[in-house]
Design a protein around this ligand. Structure first.
Ligand SMILES: Cc1cc2nc3c(=O)[nH]c(=O)nc-3n(C[C@H](O)[C@H](O)[C@H](O)COP(=O)(O)OP(=O)(O)OC[C@H]3O[C@@H](n4cnc5c(N)ncnc54)[C@H](O)[C@@H]3O)c2cc1C
Length: 441
C-alpha cells in the first residue's frame, strides 16, 4: 500500500453520538427511598429496559447509576443492531443441542424485532435503518464456511446469502475480503438517540432513575430481602438486577470473576460526498469482519464513515486508537484517504469465557450481562426478560447456560488481557497468511 496521508489531529475526543443526541436532564442528588420492590444497578440499555418493564408491572423500582445515565457502552457503541451471537447456529447446535440452540438463536431475532417494534410503535426518531448486515471473511476458510452457515441460518428461519469475492462490489466498495455473508435482518441505529428514548419510556412508566449513586455492596437479610449500600445510605429491596456489563465492579464480586472488560474504539469521518458514500455502502448495510481483532463499520445517516474495532487489549488512549483505526479503515477503503476524522472515542464491552451473554441468579441476585459484542439488541431484550422473570414470568433460553468463571486468579483487573491479545493477534496473522493468496487482496 502506498504511504498513508497522515491522520489530522483536530478531531473531537468524544463520541459522535454524544455530539448529536438530545441532552438528558441531570438526575443526580434526588432523594433515595429507604425501601422499594426492586433495585436495578447500572444505567445502560439493560438497566433502563428492566426498570421500565418492572415499573410497568407495578413494582416500585429504583435504578442506581454510578456516573450519568448512558455513561457506559450504551451511548458509545457502533450502532449495529443484529441478531445472532459470536457463534453461528451450526456451532450453537454442536455446543448446546438442536433444541436449545434454536431457542437461543430465535431469541436474538425476537430481540431485534423488539427494538424495531418499540422504535416504530413509540414513534422514536433513532435513525433506524434496517437494511441487514454483511459479515466479511478475513480468511479464505471463513468464506468457505459461509455456505454452510447460510444453510444453518435457513434452519432457524433466517434468509442469508454467501457472496463470493468476485461479486462483492455489489455489496461493498472494497475487495479486501475473501467473500461475504449477507443477512437481511437488523441494521443500524443511532445508539444514543435510542438510549435517550428508552430513558423517557422508563421514566414515564414510573421508574425512579438516579445518577451519581454507586451501589457499593449487596447483603441478604434473614427475611430474604436485600440491603444495597450506597455512599448516600442503604436501600432495602425484595429484588435486585445487576446490569453493569463491561463496567462491573466489586459490588458483585462473583459476577466480576466472570466478566472480561475490553476496550472497543471508533472513529467518525467528516460527512462524505453522496457518490462516495454510495460506492462504499451501496446497500446501506452494517459491516463487520471475521477477525478476532474485529473491525465493524457503517455509513451514518449524515454520510460519515463510522469505523470501529478492537484495536488493543491493553490500556490505551483515543489518540492511539484513532491512528490504528485510521490505518485499518484505509486498508479496507483506500477511497477515504484525505477525508478528515472528526471524532474518536471508546468504551468497554464485556466478553465472557464462552462469548455468550448471560442471565441468571447468583445468591438470589439477578444479573444480565456479558454481551460479547451483541449487546445493542440483547441488552434491551435481557433487561426486559429479567424484569418479566422477576415478576413471575418465564426465564429466557439464555438462563439455561452456565456462566463460566475466568480460569485465572482475577479480582477485576484483567492482567491476562495482553497475553490473550497476543494469542488472538497470532491467530489473525495465521489467517492473514492464507489471505495473501486471495485474488485482488
Ligand atoms: C465502542 C463500542 C462499540 C460497540 N458496538 C456495538 C455494536 O455495534 N453492536 C452491538 O450489539 N453492541 C456493541 N457494543 C456493545 C454494547 O454497546 C453493549 O453490550 C451494551 O451497551 C451493554 O449495555 P448495558 O446496559 O448492559 O451496559 P452499559 O451501557 O455499559 O452500562 C453499565 C453501567 O453500569 C454502571 N455501573 C457499573 N457499576 C456500577 C455500580 N456499582 N453502581 C451503579 N452503577 C454502576 C456504569 O457506570 C455503566 O453506566 C459496543 C460497545 C462499545 C464500547
Amino acid at each position: 500500500m502506498p504511504s498513508l496521508p497522515p491522520l489530522n489531529r483536530d478531531y473531537e475526543r468524544r463520541a459522535y453520538w454524544h455530539a448529536t443526541m438530545p441532552q438528558l436532564a441531570d438526575r443526580s442528588g434526588r432523594d433515595l427511598p429507604d425501601s422499594v420492590d426492586a433495585i436495578v444497578i447500572g444505567g445502560g440499555y439493560t438497566g433502563i429496559a428492566a426498570a421500565r418493564k418492572l415499573a410497568l408491572q407495578g413494582a416500585r423500582t429504583v435504578l442506581l447509576e454510578a456516573n450519568t445515565l448512558g455513561f457506559g457502552a450504551s451511548t458509545r457503541n457502533g450502532g449495529i443492531a443484529h441478531p445472532g451471537f459470536k457463534w453461528g447456529p451450526e456451532t450453537l447446535v454442536k455446543r448446546h443441542g438442536r433444541e436449545l440452540a434454536h431457542a437461543l438463536y430465535a431469541e436474538t431475532v425476537q430481540a431485534t424485532d423488539l427494538l424495531a417494534g418499540i422504535v416504530r410503535d413509540q414513534g422514536i426518531d433513532a435513525e433506524l435503518r434496517f437494511n441487514g448486515y454483511l459479515e466479511l471473511a478475513w480468511a479464505r476458510k471463513h468464506a468457505e464456511d459461509f455456505p454452510a452457515e447460510v444453510a444453518a441460518l435457513a434452519e432457524v428461519g433466517t434468509t442469508a446469502r454467501a457472496i463470493p469475492h468476485d461479486q462483492l462490489a455489489a455489496e461493498i466498495g472494497t475487495s479486501a475480503y475473501h467473500g461475504g455473508l449477507a443477512v437481511d435482518v437488523g441494521g443500524v441505529v443511532h445508539p444514543a438517540k435510542w438510549f435517550v428514548a428508552l430513558v423517557g419510556l422508563a421514566e414515564r412508566a414510573g421508574a425512579e432513575l438516579h445518577e451519581g449513586v454507586r451501589a457499593t455492596s449487596i447483603r441478604r437479610q434473614a427475611d430474604g430481602r436485600f440491603v444495597v449500600e450506597t455512599k448516600r445510605g442503604a436501600i432495602l429491596t425484595r429484588d435486585i438486577l445487576v446490569a453493569t456489563n463491561g463496567y462491573t465492579d466489586g459490588v458483585a464480586p462473583t459476577l466480576r470473576r466472570r466478566i472480561i472488560p475490553i476496550g472497543s474504539y471508533i472513529i467518525a469521518t467528516e460527512p462524505l460526498p453522496e457518490d462516495l458514500a454510495r460506492e462504499l455502502s451501496p446497500t446501506g448495510r452494517a459491516y463487520f469482519d471475521t477477525k478476532n481483532f474485529l473491525s465493524y463499520w457503517h455509513v451514518s445517516k449524515d454520510r460519515r464513515m463510522l469505523f470501529g474495532g478492537r484495536v488493543s487489549f491493553m490500556p490505551t488512549t483515543v489518540d492511539r486508537t484513532a491512528k490504528l483505526l485510521y490505518k485499518r479503515m484505509l486498508e479496507v477503503h483506500p477511497q477515504l484517504a484525505g477525508y478528515k476524522v472528526e471524532y474518536s472515542w471508546g468504551g468497554k464491552v464485556a466478553l465472557t469465557m464462552d462469548r455468550m451473554p448471560h442471565i441468571g441468579r447468583a445468591g438470589g441476585v439477578m444479573y444480565a450481562m456479558g454481551y460479547s459484542g451483541t449487546g445493542l439488541v440483547m441488552s434491551n431484550w435481557l433487561g426486559t426478560r429479567a424484569a418479566e422473570w422477576m415478576g413471575g414470568g418465564e426465564a429466557p433460553a439464555l438462563a439455561k447456560l452456565r456462566f463460566p468463571i475466568v480460569p485465572a486468579p482475577y479480582e477485576g483487573r484483567p492482567w491476562f488481557l495482553p497475553f490473550a491479545g497476543e494469542f488472538f493477534r497470532f491467530r489473525d496473522r495465521m489467517a492473514a497468511r492464507e489471505k495473501v493468496a486471495a485474488p485482488d487482496s
